[in-house]
Structures are given as structure tokens and as C-alpha cells.
Design a protein around this ligand. Sequence first.
Ligand SMILES: [Zn+2]
Length: 236
Amino acid sequence: MTSPKRAGPGARSALPEPLRVFDPVNDWKCTTCGTGEGLLFLEGQSALCLACADLDHLVFLPRGDAALSRRARVHSRLCAVVLRFSRARKQYERQGLLVEPQALERAEAECEADEGARALRRERDEVRRAGEDKALILDMTAALLRLFPACPPHDAASLAGHTAVRGSGRVGRSAAGRALDDEALTLAAVAWIRHRRTDYDDLLMSGMDRADARERIRGAVDRVLEAWRAAGGTAS
Ligand SMILES: [Zn+2]
């Protein structure tokens, strides 16, 4: 993943092509010093070890972390891609990069800072959502009490809390529930009353069909709604 700021194709093409260094599959010998260890660099027809090619101060960064690789390349004045021939796929494959150690350090620091910023943002979002939830529950409780003046406040709060739970798919999370629409609130109240004030759940547990169970408790639900609507027990 690249950071958004550097994701543009323009920024990408602005990076110079890295040198190419090979992780040799066969035995080889450095043209200059005669060793045959490690990676090799091709200078014309000559194979050079990294020391003789003046690349031995670079550090290897394995491929796999695109953001880190990208940043390390940006910060490294000298950079080489490490290629290894795959006999199975008959092609050279990138193993990673050789970059300056300070470039890698800087790239790592930037990625960590990004990670920290992301974590911080996540945390802030969670706090904000929790606050929204609380505000939504308070608003919904107030709206319920307007709609059902005789509803015991703690029942209204329970209903609002139950209905507003994020991600629950209950009416409280729907657009209408957020807008505190009377019909949505009534539906939420009916659902709550069913479970809390009738034997609906027991009927379901006994194997009764959901429609039949709802029919059976309809009267009980209506009585609770009626009682809640009557302000102070008198008709308003
Ligand atoms: Zn050499």
C-alpha cells in the first residue's frame, strides 16, 4: 500500500529506475577481486561483487511492504533492485531492494508515524461514535417520552438503548429511527414490548409460528402502548 499522498502515477514515475543487482543461481567470481560471495552487479560484461561495485554499504529490504519500499526508494540516493532467476517460471523475480541504511531508517520512521496517526484517528472515531450513540439514545428517549408521555422513563431509556445499538439492524439505526420518526419509534416500542412485556419469547421457544405468536400477543402490546400514550393516566 502506498500512502495517499504518493499514490499518484506522476509521483511514481518521478522515481529514478533502481540499479539491478542479481542474486546468482550459479557459481560466479568477481572480475576484480575473485570472490564469489553474495550478490553480483553487472558492469558491462563484468560481474562484480557489491564491495567492488561500491554498493556494499547498502542494506537489503525484502519485498512485501510496498509503503516501506516506496519510501526507502524515495529517500535513498543509491538504490538497487535485487533480482533472482526463477527456473520454474523462467524469469527474473524481484527479491527486494538495496537501499541506504539511513533511508531505510527514515522510511521506517515515516511508516510508524503513519501507523500511529492511523491508530489515533481510529481511537478518535471510536470516541466520537460512542458520543453519537449516547446522544442518539438521549434524543430517542426524549422523543419516546413525547410520543408516550406515560411510559416510565427507565423503560423509555431501555427501549432507546436497545434500539440504538450500532450495527444491530434494529429500527433505531435506520434513517427513520435516526430522524426519530413517530412510526419508527412506535415500531421499536412494539418490538421492545413484545420481548419485555409479553410472553412472546416463550411462545417462540415453544415452537409457535412467529405470525401466530404475534397475533396472540397483539392485544397485550396494544394495552401497553395505550397505557404509555395516556399522559398521567388521563386522556390528553
Ligand atoms: Zn569484488
